[in-house]
Design a protein around this ligand. Sequence first.
Ligand code: GLU
Length: 451
Amino acid sequence: MKVTVRFAPSPTGHLHIGNVRTAVLNRLFALKNGGRFILRLDDTDSERSREEYAQAIIEDLEWLGLEPDAVFRQSERLAFYEQAAEKLKQAGLLYPCYETEQELALKRKAQLMAGRPPVYDRAALKLTEEAKRALEEAGRKPHWRFRLPEGSITWEDAVRGPVEIDLSTLSDPVLIRADGSFLYTLPSVVDDMDMGITHVIRGDDHVVNTAVQIALTRALGGNPPQFAHHALLRAKDGGPLSKRLGSLGVRDFREKGLEPETIVSYCATVGTSEPVAAFTDMQALAERFELSKLSRAPARFDEEELLALNADVLHQLTCDKALPRLEKLGISLSCEEWKVVRANIGLLKEAAVWERVLHGDLEPPALAEEDRAYVRQAAEALPPAPWDAGTWKAWTEALKRETGRKGKALFMPLRLALTGRAHGPEMSRLLPLIGPEKTRARLLVTGAGTA
Ligand code: GLU
């Protein structure tokens, strides 16, 4: 059977670092196994789902390089869910209940007070046809519960190992609300079956749902897929991430100037048995991917680690990816220039500084008279063109002999005069790119001290 996985967000908000991680893990698993990756928009909740969020999710996945092989919307598949519901009703496994929220809350309270677990008592199963009719005539609309089987559900989870859930600890889940709309459970199972989903990779907040979904799959005559529940990301202090999700959206990171590869690399490596590391090639990342490397313990999200990873991604970013992105930022560098600049920036937009060093005009730095004299002398000692990677060494060696300067005193005034800053790429690589004309002019202006 062809490996098929799905990412099933509800379009009730933007993608954030937590749910993108699930998308990344699914995409990588599909890639590694030559399988399919489906985006399924869980949009049966028409009150909360928004088309703009659905669009944003599709766009964000594309930006991240996680394009799905197919997109489905549950709101367009209601007929299939109706069919499945009918089948369950015929089998006596989906039954109408008439309790109001308030009545249910009271029942739970009484159970808790009696020291019992607040599990639905199945009172509705005992209603006679007459009693039901009377309730409906009194204006009550039923919601529908799935009758869970007896006993436990067990499965071998690809992350958690063997899992067992005793169904007697669970209430029969409501599958259809009183207004006729479907909750997530039944559509999810129907779709997993119809779409030939072989592996469900999702957060461990769904472990209990899985027991119900396995029972439901069997009731519908299907074979449950394999499950892999990864631990959810938590905040740096160990608290839930959900409270902070407002600022942890894919769009926020994009606006901050992070590369898509950074987010993907982070999501693929955080919370695994391997260190967080940068990758710019999705296939290479997929090759290393194993569900068994995912940790059962919650991973902590550290924004500083993410930012630092961006620098590592930039160091690896090849010209074919980098140059068009630079161009979008209005920064024009050649491939050769990019390769020199990329190790010195944390965000792509910082390349603008080096574009100016290479192609623009610099404010000459204010140096002490002694250093200005040295810089003037250095201008006179410049080696003849053409320049190459050895020019800097030849030039500074000669200056060392002439002036007796060494170390920082030898290099720093030159770096300052040529780049306007104390740190940056290796001068031996920068010098030929700045070229003889600009180099000479900058040395003379700085040496003259007109600043
Ligand atoms: N819409 C559900 C969620 O976002 C999907 C869970 C799943 O089945 O993967 O939590």
